[in-house]
Design a protein around this ligand. Structure first.
Ligand code: NI
Length: 174
């Protein structure tokens, strides 16, 4: 297993639209294992393949405290969403240190394939509903900051670019 590099907003590659997974082979298993390790190491509760520059419809999530409830969603689709909307403070491994409120349906039903290519459905609420919708947005090339006002988004963009420049400078000095 290996730790993958997580793209940081505003990297343009985060806006690519992911293609469906078609081969349920060893390569896919390796990618899932690497993505899970990368998510746990970060640490985060979810990671979409888009964030590690693999533009395929694949998401890993683990909202457990014990990091032993890995859930894998391949080619996921939302088949039902509640009329009830909830506001939740979201964060993202591609936008480190930034948390802000996003409104989304409080509950969703999702149909996806597992790592063997078998179809399953889940009914998600609470943090799981937030997480699956947030990660599925990544597959469409959408980062949560795009729900915020242009003013907030620009401020975040500036902050991210500044932090990246500082990191590069630190690396150059070493
Ligand atoms: Ni994210």
């Amino acid at each position: 297993m290996s730790i993958l590099n997580i793209l940081r907003y505003p990297d343009a590659r985060l806006h690519k639209v992911a293609k469906p997974v078609t081969a349920f082979d060893e390569r896919l298993k390796q990618l899932v294992a690497d993505m899970a390790q990368t998510m746990y190491e970060a640490p985060g509760v979810g990671l979409a393949a888009s964030q590690v520059d693999v533009h395929e419809q694949l998401v890993v999530i683990d909202i457990s405290e014990t990091n032993d409830q890995l859930q894998v969603f391949i080619n996921p689709e939302i088949i039902w969403a509640s009329a009830e909307i909830k506001l939740y403070d979201e964060g993202c491994l591609s936008v480190p240190g930034v948390y802000d409120g996003v409104e989304r349906p409080a509950e969703v039903k999702v149909r996806a394939l597992n790592i063997e290519g078998e179809s399953f459905e889940i009914h998600a609420d609470g943090l799981m509903a937030v997480c699956i919708q947030h990660e599925m947005d990544h597959l469409q090339g959408k980062v949560f900051v795009e729900y915020l006002s242009p003013l907030k988004r620009n401020r975040i963009k500036t902050k991210m670019l500044k932090e990246e420049r500082e990191e590069q400078r630190k690396r150059a000095v070493r």
